[in-house]
Design a protein around this ligand. Structure first.
Ligand SMILES: NC(=O)c1ccc[n+]([C@@H]2O[C@H](COP(=O)([O-])OP(=O)(O)OC[C@H]3O[C@@H](n4cnc5c(N)ncnc54)[C@H](OP(=O)(O)O)[C@@H]3O)[C@@H](O)[C@H]2O)c1
Length: 255
């Protein structure tokens, strides 16, 4: 049955976010997709709507590290109705410090914290009064790096730290919003192929190492993540909140 549930997915022009948006749209949601590049969002909309039909995807360009841009985006989203599903997926791996000065280190860490932590905090806070009560589902995309350190060839430690910070923040949010009938969960993917996040750092040997780390002998796909989000976002998942769920082919066990 088609419903008019409203979903918001950040970083949904590419990779994991685009797959999540496609899955939620296929489930009958109208989906607001956020990212900085308008052309990339429009392309994602056109691709997804080839399957779902028109009117499912609403592109909204915004830099989610910018409080003003987030405020404007949230005001536009509020006009569309209460938010049933919010997936904080936007994130990036920042290039390590340019040199060994403390100034370069501080710059790099601030970029990672802005891009991976503040993006989620600002968007969620801006939308907090527009969540459906009861019933909203909040999903935060973290990373296995938060559980074991590192983030591939460019790791400077700040990516793992920024993702781990999402966990403590999400636990507090789950406590705060539970009595409103809102759930908050963290999904921590391991290595997922076919995304833009590794940029030039992606190599065949990096890929092979990541696959070798798993118990199932393959890389994860954006669809693997989208399937898990579809459940966490569903009305059926109302008793599941305040959890960190690993989705990593067994590369990280039981955390
Ligand atoms: N791929 C993996 O192996 C893996 C593993 C664990 C966790 N993750 C996490 O999964 C999420 C999605 O990553 P991905 O692998 O699908 O990489 P991706 O293809 O690079 O997707 C990241 C998306 O976030 C958007 N974004 C980045 N900074 C933004 C900002 N300041 N404001 C708005 N949008 C922003 C980007 O679009 P614009 O550049 O147009 O803004 C991009 O579409 C990230 O949080 C990542 O940390 C990925």
């Amino acid at each position: 049955m088609t419903t008019e549930r409203l979903a918001v997915v950040s970083g949904a022009g590419t990779g994991i976010g685009r797959a999540i948006a496609a899955r939620l749209a296929a489930d009958g949601h109208r989906v607001v997709i956020l990212g900085r590049r308008a052309a990339v969002l429009e392309q994602a909309r056109d691709t997804i709507e080839r399957t779902t039909g028109p009117g499912r995807i609403i592109p909204l360009p915004a830099d989610l590290t910018d409080p003003e841009a987030v405020g404007s985006a949230a005001a536009r989203i509020a006009e569309l109705g209460p938010v049933d599903v919010l997936v904080n997926n936007a994130g990036a791996i920042v290039t390590p410090p340019a040199d060994d000065t403390l100034a370069a280190l501080a710059h790099s860490w601030r970029q990672d914290l802005d891009g991976n932590l503040l993006t989620a905090v600002l968007l969620t806070t801006a939308l907090q009064n527009h969540l459906r009560r009861p019933g909203s589902r909040l999903v935060v995309i973290s990373s296995a790096a938060a559980q074991r350190g590192g983030a591939g060839p460019h790791s400077a430690g700040s990516y793992a730290a920024a993702k781990a910070a999402l966990h403590g923040w999400a636990f507090g949010l789950a406590r705060q919003l539970g009595s409103d009938g809102i759930t908050v969960n963290v999904l921590a993917p391991g290595y997922i192929e076919d995304t833009e996040i590794f940029g030039d750092g992606w190599t065949e040997s990096f890929h092979a190492q990541k696959v070798a780390d798993t118990l199932v002998g393959r890389a994860g796909t954006p669809t693997d993540v989208a399937e898990a989000v579809a459940y966490l976002a569903s009305p059926a998942a109302g008793y599941l909140t305040g959890q960190v769920i690993g989705l990593n082919g067994g590369a990280v066990l039981g955390r």
